[in-house]
Design a protein around this ligand. Structure first.
Ligand code: NOJ
Length: 551
């Protein structure tokens, strides 16, 4: 292991690739590993440190690959293991680390172990790898609800057609949860880690890292309206955030530490408050955790400052860097979300019938200001593919194109996450905007995405892409990731201002211009979120963020 200050992940920017929607090399409308390899240079040009790939493993794709039937192979939809090796080699050549998704809470119902469990008798070792319970005469073994809607239990059928035992699934019925008290399950995942580490993989983003252990006895939970969400509610549901998960990560950390080159584990743990989340990144557990409280902030100076303070404090207490994130493949894209006026729980999505649909220009302006502030913060940052293009949520997807299990399990009540997963536009005027050569695209791309295409944005100095390029380059030049934050007080309530080394950052969360702090008066402007926006001298325009170089 390297000395603390050399550990790359402490200050890294990690770019999330959603393989289905990044680039399609064979024209079938589904992104693939070769497509990633071919387009990787554009990502390296963003001055990011690593890529994280959502699942590309063998899977029936009932939950876009988060239903894995073979953890040690590539699904033919995405290519082969050789394609993976070639992609890793290319990434390393370009100076990018590669993080992949590990899905340990559940597998696919097509995984051989689950198929064996279905064939085996109640109480058998095969069933003990999962969570099977006798099905009561009426209802389910307890009252838990799936994150995707409906009950968390599905009853099996006995060979004679009668109702058999029920199995637990936090997500879709095609995603049975593993029993993490079972030693075979633990051993299997140690092998999975080693399989990918041996192939040069630099780390894992750990899916549902707060769900692997359920409360003893599986007690009923009196759900509040948010109970079906990914967690993060004040009252911890008995399937989230149980203490028993931590010994699993301590065990994995030992495996990671057997390898050279600072391999990392990053937790997807939707728990609140941040003091609880910090448990996932104690020094013998994972390295990083996604900062979902930060992602969940409104466009509101007070909330953001409070969350930044708490993050630095709580992660700092356990010696971990904070991370920052605004978008991913599960939430409404922040170029749309930040202009929503109604609450939008994770996974809910928005669609044409959502009340109070946001104004796109407002969303984009706020998104650019938010990313400008975020990329100046010390610690690690995560970007989600397409945010550097300012992509909005695709709201008008036709109902018959939607694929998220949430849409099906709630009979269309919740739109789910398809709107943030639409394939990327690369080249304006080309079929599928350059995503695939044939024009095929597994989710339809909205008409009019030409202006978001990467090639068009490269030409335009005021584009979101060029803003991200400048911010990321400056972040690197000024070593902001390893810096420290010092608030500048005395500004208007809607203005946040801080120094990180010799960079002064000012953000105005109000719609109208407000005074800049005096420190900005003699400083040189480095970059601003909206070039066309101007204000009187000494003022910062509304919904804008600016970086200055302090003398
Ligand atoms: C979290 C992933 O990010 C999400 O996309 C997936 O549906 C669930 N975990 C289940 O694996």
């Amino acid at each position: 292991m390297q000395a603390e200050n050399a550990q790359w992940w402490r200050s890294s920017v990690i770019y999330q690739i959603y393989p289905r929607s990044f680039a399609d090399s064979n024209g079938d409308g589904m992104g693939d590993l070769r497509g990633i390899t071919q387009r990787l240079e554009s990502i390296a040009q963003l001055s990011v440190d690593a890529i994280w790939l959502s699942p590309f493993f063998t899977s029936p794709q009932k939950d876009a690959g988060y239903d894995v039937s073979n953890y040690c192979d590539v699904d033919p939809l995405f290519g082969t293991l050789e394609d993976y090796d070639a992609m890793v080699a290319r990434a390393h050549e370009l100076g990018l680390k590669v993080i992949i998704d590990l899905v340990p809470n559940h597998c696919s119902d097509q995984h051989p172990w689950f198929q064996e469990a279905l064939q085996a008798a109640p109480g058998s070792p095969e069933r003990d790898r999962f969570i099977f319970k006798d099905t009561p005469e009426t209802g389910h073994p307890n009252n838990w609800g799936s994150v995707f809607g409906g009950p968390m239990w599905t009853a099996t059928r006995n060979p004679d057609g009668s109702t058999g035992q029920s199995y637990l699934h936090i997500f879709d019925s095609s995603q049975p949860d593993f029993n993490w008290h079972n030693e075979e399950v633990r051993a299997m995942f140690r092998d999975v880690l080693r399989f990918w580490l041996d192939r040069g993989t630099d780390g894992f983003r750990v899916d549902v890292a707060h769900g692997l252990i359920k409360a003893e006895g599986l007690p009923d939970f009196t759900p509040d309206p948010m109970a079906a969400s990914m967690g993060g509610t004040e009252e911890l549901a008995p399937w989230w955030g149980q203490d028993g998960v931590h010994e699993i990560y301590r065990d994995w950390r030992k495996v990671m530490d057997e390898y050279e080159g600072d391999r990392v584990l990053c937790a997807e743990a939707w728990v609140n408050p941040l003091s609880l989340m910090a448990k996932w990144v104690r020094n013998d557990e994972m390295h990083q955790a996604f900062n979902f409280p930060y992602l969940s902030c409104d466009f509101d100076a007070k909330q953001i400052r409070k969350t930044i303070d708490e993050s630095l404090q709580e992660f700092g207490k356990v010696g971990a860097p904070s991370t920052w994130v605004l978008s991913n493949h599960d939430v409404v894209r922040h170029a749309t979300r930040l202009a929503l006026t109604d609450e939008n729980p994770q996974g809910e999505g928005i669609g044409p019938n959502t009340p109070n649909l946001p104004e796109p220009a407002v969303g984009l302006r706020r998104a650019r200001a938010s990313s400008t502030l975020m990329l100046a913060l010390p610690g690690g940052a995560y970007l989600y593919q397409g945010e550097e293009l300012g992509l909005p949520e695709a709201i008008d997807l036709p109902d018959d194109a939607r694929q998220d299990p949430t849409w099906f399990r709630t009979n269309g009540e919740r739109y789910g996450r398809d709107g943030c997963r639409v394939p990327l536009p690369w080249e304006s005027g080309k079929p599928a905007f350059g995503f695939s050569s044939t024009g095929e695209s597994w989710l339809p791309q909205p008409a009019g995405w030409d202006s978001y295409a990467r090639d068009a944005q490269l030409e335009d100095q005021s584009s979101t892409l060029n803003l991200y390029r400048r911010l990321l380059q400056l972040r690197q030049d000024h070593a902001l990731g390893t810096g420290t934050l010092q608030w500048i007080n005395g500004t208007e309530d809607d203005v946040l201002a801080f120094a990180n080394g010799n960079v002064l950052v000012v953000a105005n969360y109000a719609a109208t211009p407000l005074p800049l702090p005096v420190q900005a008066h003699s400083a040189t402007e480095l970059v601003r979120s909206q070039v066309e926006q101007s204000a009187e001298p000494g003022m910062i325009p509304g919904e804008t963020a600016i970086w200055f170089q302090l003398a």
